[in-house]
Design a binder for this molecule. Structure first.
Ligand SMILES: [Zn+2]
Length: 465
């Protein structure tokens, strides 16, 4: 039986088309094979670095770090270089875990390059990645043939075509969606607003059996508290709590902020459940900034970073509907800042996410640094802000994907995903924007290589205009 017979025989009609569509991505002709990267030495020794380990709030001064086969194997003030090892003199710079953006939308290899060039070594695609990206391209990144972060991926499903996602109209379709996601290498199921409660329950149950945790939005028919009780592992975004958790003021016009006492209630519930929450302040602020203001969308398109925006995203930004809305989200944006600060203060599991590049104003890579700055401006300590992009995602993935390996901290046995910068990020987060180099899965990319990646992206996108 060939694969299309298999689909017709075993899949409900509602999912046949989706399956054929996914398979079409797999079967798409391979693009020209990239040249393999330079053979990485099996061992790298960093000397003369100060370590910002992120497992606890401290700086370990004057250290050496040995990396073998993609893992950190030793940390000590002085280590001898094994035969054949590459030695990188950090020159008194600061070594910290590579960064994570846990809400991106990756459509092409250029986005992967931009993430890596920005110090991001883990990214979670939250839906709409072509199947070829989740399958073939991701495997090529893992082999070192395509430069990029480790990519995790969620398959987005909804109950109606309103937002353009794969529709699962029934519990049966939901179970098939989880099986298809599993077979195609997805790590998570992303739930969207319009799912029925039956479909949500089936996704949660089948997802648990398949090892694909539920992440995503509030589902209108279920509401966040019950979603979390059913095992949803992560809520994206922070503002979902406005739509399906907080008691809103009388006559809510969709723009008012809840009473401050609601923050206490939400923080207690989030702490008790252990659910991860995406701290996406820069995203909501970008939306608030362009709300009813077309000139702000134009300003975003004129930012220097916008040359790293694909022609397709440039068109999407121009068309975005937020600029035609009325009123103001300023109060809600400020409220979400106070909510994020309270969550960090209670040691809730916050993970950084940006929604780049689908929301106007957020360029992949650059967006994460904007989000770190927004978190600091909201009153998080620099260590708390940095934890949302390092140890927080590490804790979340360790819990959601047991056995997938430690990352997000500098410790023996952790993945060798590292960022080397000149200054202490706990004194100034902006130093993270100018890496001396980035190590992803043990592969070193120095500043010149990172600059070449960026320029390559700008060239590809300008040539495609
Ligand atoms: Zn998104």
């Amino acid at each position: 039986m060939n694969i299309s017979q298999l689909i017709h025989r075993h899949l409900p009609a509602s999912l046949q088309l989706a399956a054929i569509f996914l398979l079409a991505w797999i079967a798409a002709p391979a693009a020209a094979q990239p040249a393999a990267g330079p053979a990485a030495p099996s061992a790298t020794l960093f000397v003369n670095v100060n370590i910002v380990p992120m497992g606890r709030e401290t700086v370990l001064r004057g250290q050496s770090v040995l990396v073998r086969d993609g893992r950190i194997t030793a940390i000590a003030p002085a280590l001898a270089a094994p035969a054949g090892a590459r030695v990188i003199d950090g020159g008194g710079g600061y070594l910290l875990p590579g960064l994570a953006d846990m809400h991106v939308h990756v459509r092409d290899r250029e986005t992967l390059a931009m993430l890596l060039a920005s110090g991001i070594t883990t990214a979670l695609d939250m839906g709409e990645a072509p199947n070829a990206m989740v399958g073939r391209t991701r495997a090529a990144v893992a082999r070192g043939e395509v430069p990029g972060p480790r990519l995790l991926a969620a398959l987005a499903v909804d109950g109606s075509p309103r937002f353009g996602h794969l529709v699962v109209p029934s519990a049966e379709a939901a179970r098939w969606a989880v099986r298809l996601a599993k077979a195609n290498g997805y790590d998570f199921i992303k739930v969207y607003n319009g799912l029925s409660s039956e479909a949500f329950a089936a996704l949660a149950e089948e997802g648990r059996a398949a090892g694909l945790p539920i992440v995503g939005h509030s589902v209108e028919a279920v509401a966040l508290e019950r979603q979390i009780a059913a095992g949803q592992a992560m809520v994206a975004h922070l503002e979902e709590f406005l739509y399906a958790f907080f008691r809103m003021p009388e006559g809510d016009d969709g723009q008012a902020a809840p009473d401050e006492s609601e923050i206490v209630r939400a923080v207690a519930s989030i702490r008790a459940s252990g659910v991860a929450v995406t701290a996406d302040l820069a995203t909501y602020q970008a939306i608030a900034g362009q709300w009813g203001r077309p000139e702000q969308v134009q300003a975003y398109l004129d930012m220097p970073e916008a040359r790293f925006l694909s022609p397709a995203d440039r068109i999407d930004w121009r068309r975005s509907g937020y600029q035609r809305r009325t009123g103001s989200l300023a109060e809600r944006a400020a409220f979400l800042g106070r909510f994020a600060r309270a969550l960090a203060g209670a040691d809730a599991l916050l993970i950084a996410g940006t929604d780049a590049p689908t929301i106007p104003g957020l360029v992949a890579g650059d967006a994460l640094h904007r989000n770190l700055a927004a978190l600091e401006a909201a009153g998080l300590s620099r260590h708390q802000a940095l934890a949302t992009a390092t140890s927080g995602p590490g804790r979340f993935v360790a819990r959601a994907m047991p056995g997938s390996g430690t990352f997000g901290i500098i410790a023996e046995g952790a993945r060798a995903d590292l960022l080397l910068v000149e200054g202490n990020p706990l004194e100034d987060l902006a130093v993270l924007r100018r890496p001396i180099g980035v190590m992803a899965a043990g592969r070193w990319h120095d500043a010149a290589a990172l600059a070449a990646l960026r320029e390559g992206v700008a060239e590809v996108y300008s040539g495609a205009e």
